[in-house]
Ligand binder design. Structure first.
Ligand code: MOS
Length: 715
């Protein structure tokens, strides 16, 4: 079949799903809701296991150097301690290519907090107590954890995250900036931030040595992860096992935001521990403190944004150049400026990413990596341009709406940003915005409104498979190794399956979270529903095709994710408009955000209830990013000093007032059989800029560095 034929068939099938669909589009309550609210949902660490052993990690207290002596005698002698594993005696790994996962393989220390050992005890208290008795001597080397834009060792990575090109250059930005009637040229910064899902990173690992040969061994894990199959394949490789020797289970996950999108060092540490006590399950739960060194983080960014425009605000130049950090041992290059490439029309465009490799823990994904920090720079700069042109910021964005994707030249599958902006302006009461910043005062409060655009790419990741089975008594089971990390995936996949089978919602059970189920791609990149959902549609169609409306008992059929020819022909992104009202106490600088509104264009919404939670959750995380979150690295020690909830402030219910999200009623006919693009990450994108822009409107003070704290507003 040619790509065109497939595309036509896909469009036809989309229409069929909509016509028959009864469950899709309805606000079904979560299928896992009752288990969660009654406490019967067993998360990884809760799994009842026989005879557990508890692991407590040992962590480096220097940022760079070597362990020259490690005295474990006292710890090993504690009653109830089963083993103390260090680099001297840990099992050798088969693959040490990934330095983050090369745990306890040498005496080298690459960042403060790195694992240098693990104590295994009969109780968590024993393990923790014994860990405190281990004496370590180091040979310290000078370390460097400070990101600055003027570093001479910045380098250009080969690609950035998600495979984007590192740099792009179109036309002549410098000449266009010279010639522009109006320009903005500013530096924006975002801090290091840490994912803090409510459920910490936990693993229960059981090593069954079999007959003693590695080829007979079996490894089982209960793991809090966004991808059981990624954990399985990675651990199999690292430990030199066949994937079929490894099983990873994870039905309930208490948040991830990217930090559980790939295995981290704690997974390897748990297995190394399990190998030291064969047959006994080893339980490892990172403490909140430990998560600040070992579960990934968002890189800090220093972004130079240059905009050039004519008097009417039409952009002639857009340049976005980002400086970020990575760890010295493993490169993670965030795509901070990638979203800028497709956002606005301008003949002269440049984007660039430069990295400093520092003695810091390994950075990784955090909700909307790239877009979340990048759109702080771009969208505050757009607000500055609106002020410089004397234009309304909504109007400025409308004037710069590109007909086609400026980067690829491809048509949009559905870009409705202008509708989002206009709809939001009406709903939010934008016309009542103070025209002159810093002029509306109500009592002690300065009041302002701000807007920012939002976008997130449509990712549909090939590689998933689903199987449908029938029990002969009216019940279907749909199996796919997907992950619901709190998003509602379990529920929406059930809805999708029910419609694709043409049966009531209650007749379908979806099984997820187990690597013994058919393979599934990661719950990441806002891709889950589109990827697994279209896979389930394919499996359900194969089932109906094979068995018709009256399947026999034991009937079973599988399907792979259908190809996505339109993804190469269209530029496919979700869009949104973010609005915020802020009130700043003129005496104390305290910032309150009484109202936020997001208007999103995401294709078809499968479940309005869970979708709304995704949007307002993302926006709330954006509020948190705007006003609170910052990991403070003490460069003298390489240590994140505010590594707990007392000092790393995340927006709580007291900070969050009226956060509302709505969406356009639409279907993206190019976005696979569901017509749905992603929704998990777009809510955070643009939200910090909308708040910063509202702060400017309220106070006349332009804040270009996150988070926006009261001291910055006291002049
Ligand atoms: Mo998300 S940061 O793609 O898991």
């Amino acid at each position: 079949m040619t790509a065109e034929e497939t595309a036509e068939e896909t469009a036809e099938e989309t229409a069929q799903v909509s016509a028959q669909g009864r469950a899709v589009g309805t606000p079904s309550p979560r299928v896992d809701g009752r288990a969660k609210v009654t406490g019967s949902a067993a998360y990884a660490y809760d799994r009842p296991v026989d005879d557990p052993v508890y692991a407590h990690p040992l962590q480096a207290t220097i940022a760079r150097g070597r362990v020259i002596a490690i005295d474990t005698v006292a710890a090993a002698g504690v009653d109830g301690v089963l083993a103390v594993v260090t680099h001297r005696d840990a099992a050798r790994l088969a693959d040490t290519e990934d330095a983050e996962l090369s745990v306890l393989q040498s005496d080298a220390v690459a960042f403060r907090g790195q694992f240098i050992g693990v104590v295994l005890g009969e109780t968590p208290e024993i393990a923790r107590y014994a860990a405190g008795l281990v004496r370590v001597e180091y040979e310290e080397e000078p370390h460097d954890t400070e990101l600055r834009a003027d570093r001479t060792d910045l380098y250009r990575p080969e690609r950035v995250n998600e495979g984007f090109a590192t740099d792009t250059d179109e036309g002549d930005v410098d000449a266009a900036m010279e010639a522009a009637a109006v320009t903005v040229d500013q530096i924006y910064t975002t801090p290091m931030e840490h994912n803090n899902p409510m459920e910490p990173h936990t693993t229960v690992a059981v090593w069954d040595p079999g007959g003693g040969f590695l080829g007979d061994a079996r490894l089982s894990l209960f793991d809090s992860t966004q991808s059981v199959h990624a954990v399985r394949s990675t651990l199999a490789r690292v430990f030199g096992l066949r994937p079929d020797q490894v099983r990873v289970m994870s039905p309930y996950v208490g948040g991830g935001f990217g930090s559980k999108g790939m295995p981290h060092a704690h997974n390897v540490l748990a297995v190394l521990g399990a190998r030291a006590v064969p047959g006994r399950p080893v339980k490892l739960a990172l403490t909140r403190h430990q998560m600040f060194s070992l579960a990934g983080h968002r890189t800090p960014t220093i972004q130079r944004v240059r905009l050039g425009a004519d008097e009417g605000g039409r952009l002639t130049a857009v340049a976005h150049e980002a400086v970020e950090h990575t760890s010295r041992i493993k490169e993670y290059a965030e795509q901070t400026a990638a979203g800028t490439r497709m956002m606005y029309a301008a003949p002269n465009r440049r984007t660039a990413h430069r990295l400093a490799a520092l003695d810091v823990p390994v950075p990784s994904w955090m909700r909307a990596p790239g877009e979340a920090p990048g759109f702080f720079g771009l969208e505050v700069a757009m607000d500055e341009l609106a002020v410089a042109c004397g234009l309304d910021p909504v109007e400025l964005r409308v004037r710069n709406e590109p007909e086609v994707d400026p980067e690829s030249g491809r048509p949009w599958s559905g870009r409705h940003l202008v509708r989002c902006l206009r709809e939001g302006a009406v709903r939010f009461g934008w016309e009542g915005r103070p025209a002159v910043p810093g002029t509306r005062r109500e009592g002690r409060e300065l009041v302002g409104l701000g807007v920012a655009s939002s976008t997130y790419p449509y990712y549909r990741i090939p590689g998933s498979r689903a199987v449908v089975a029938y029990d002969g008594r009216g019940r279907y089971t749909v199996r796919i190794g997907a992950a619901d990390i709190g998003t509602g995936a379990w529920t929406v996949l059930t809805q999708i399956a029910a419609d694709a089978l043409g049966c009531p919602l209650g007749a379908v059970s979806v099984e997820i979270g187990d690597s013994d189920l058919p393979r599934a791609t990661v719950a990441g990149g806002s891709s889950g529903t589109a990827s697994w959902g279209s896979t389930i549609v394919a499996a359900c169609r194969a089932f109906r095709h094979a068995y018709g409306e009256d399947p026999p008992r034991g009937a079973e059929a599988g399907g792979e994710m259908p190809r996505d020819p339109d993804a190469k022909r269209f530029s496919m992104h979700s869009f949104g408009a973010q609005f915020a009202e802020v009130r700043v106490d003129a005496d104390t600088g305290e910032i309150r955000v009484p109202r936020m509104l997001g208007v999103f264009s995401v294709g078809r919404v499968i479940n309005p209830r869970t979708a709304r939670s995704q949007f307002i959750g993302g926006m709330t995380m954006g509020l948190s990013m705007a006003l609170h979150e910052r990991s403070v690295l003490d460069h003298r020690t390489g240590h994140v000093i505010n590594h707990d909830f007392a000092e790393y402030h995340i927006a709580t219910s007291a900070d969050v007032m009226d956060v509302d999200a709505v969406w356009l009623d639409e279907e993206d006919v190019h976005a696979g059989p569901l017509g749905a693009r992603g929704i998990g990450e777009i809510g955070i994108v643009g939200a910090p800029a909308a708040i910063a822009n509202a702060v400017h409107n309220a106070t006349g003070i332009r804040v270009r560095d996150l988070p926006i704290t009261p001291d910055l507003l006291l002049h």
